[in-house]
Design a protein around this ligand. Structure first.
Ligand SMILES: [Ca+2]
Length: 347
């Protein structure tokens, strides 16, 4: 006898929750398996910890930047180009972004590409223009699917010229799409790069809804999950102390050189445009801190921590069994500002 519809057993709420939980666990396990298969080489923990030490002496560097999205990438790019004694710049990649200064990730990437060229011209370094590459026009469709771009292709190939003992440093100051794509295109580069990324918030912060991370969570999961050496500079709760104001910028930069005039006038016009407090605004020049980590100087404190797991709901998950990353936990603001000003105002 067929049961009537009314007599069919309705699942209890706990059954629904358990089914959902089991589905979620299966999905997570499957995704972990796919990523593990891509990055099949086991993680050599002692070697990883050695790569996470701050390098001594000159190193090769590339930078991945959403240069047009705000006011801070411009300072970071300039600082890196002018730190050429230690930081040997090999390539510059334009990253996608989507905010009120772009119509979407592709437009954001193209505007960033043009802004990089503009900065190089202002610094009298147009010789570096041939090292600028266009990046991703969209975010990762999933954490096993790369986005093809000149930038991702270049990094996937370029990093093969480096070794676990002598890696290529990747300063990343935007959504991490290009870098994650390079890792997915060529998993062999995992142990040949060190990614210094401004992304996410402090692990103690109430959420990780941060511009660079939240635009491409799948890419962040690749970065933190694949076993590559990552130096994380978290935004809210750590780098958020790295502020400047209009009067400071005018005093330090105005009239020093063409680059400094541009940085000062652009920052001040953007600061006034976006602030409710007229002339009393401050801005965080976030991205500078990534170059500061690589530069010689006592500019911040850091430690080793298990790699966090950025979830799609805007929170981190944590597991003490994860491989380590280097985690910056405080910025020595005045020391880093002093070095930035000295470096950018030199002729
Ligand atoms: Ca940026």
């Amino acid at each position: 006898m067929q049961p009537s519809i009314g007599s069919l057993r309705r699942p209890a709420r706990t059954d629904i929750v358990m089914d959902h939980l089991n589905d979620t666990i299966s999905l997570v396990m499957e995704q972990k398996k796919q990523l593990r298969e891509l990055f099949s080489a086991p993680i050599d923990l002692p070697a990883l910890v050695r790569r996470l030490e701050k390098p001594k002496g000159p190193v090769d560097v590339v930078i991945d930047t959403d240069a047009y999205n705000e006011i801070d990438d411009q300072y970071a790019i300039s600082y890196l180009v002018k730190k050429s004694d230690k930081l040997k710049l090999q390539a510059l990649y334009a990253a996608p972004f989507f905010n009120d200064k772009s119509t979407g990730p592709e437009d954001g990437m193209e505007k960033s590409y043009q802004e990089i060229l503009k900065l190089l011209k202002l610094m009298g370094r147009s010789d570096l223009s041939e090292k600028v590459y266009r990046g991703s026009v969209r975010y990762l469709p999933s954490k096993t699917e790369p986005v093809q771009s000149d930038a991702a292709k270049d990094l996937a190939e370029r990093a093969m010229g480096y070794t676990p003992e002598k890696p290529l440093y990747v300063v990343a100051i935007g959504a991490i799409t290009n870098v994650a794509s390079a890792l997915l295109l060529n998993p062999e580069i995992r142990d040949r790069i060190v990614v210094v990324w401004l992304g996410g918030n402090a692990h103690e912060w109430e959420h990780c809804i941060e511009f660079n991370l939240i635009q491409d969570v799948a890419a962040a999961r690749v970065l933190f999950g694949c076993g590559a050496a990552v130096v994380q500079l978290p935004c809210m709760g750590v780098v958020s102390t790295f502020t400047v104001s209009g009067p400071e910028l005018e005093k330090w930069f105005q009239g020093k050189n063409e680059l400094c005039d541009y940085l000062c006038s652009y920052s001040c016009s953007e600061g006034e445009r976006e602030s409710r407090y007229k002339n009393n605004w401050t801005r965080v020049i976030w991205d500078v801190t990534t170059v500061g980590w690589l530069a010689d100087g006592d500019f911040m404190n850091d430690c080793l921590k298990p790699s966090p797991i950025p979830e799609y709901d805007g929170y981190y998950a944590f597991s003490s069994s994860r491989h380590p990353i280097r985690y910056v936990n405080s910025i020595h603001r005045d020391a880093l500002i002093a070095d930035l000003v000295k470096t950018l105002t030199e002729a």
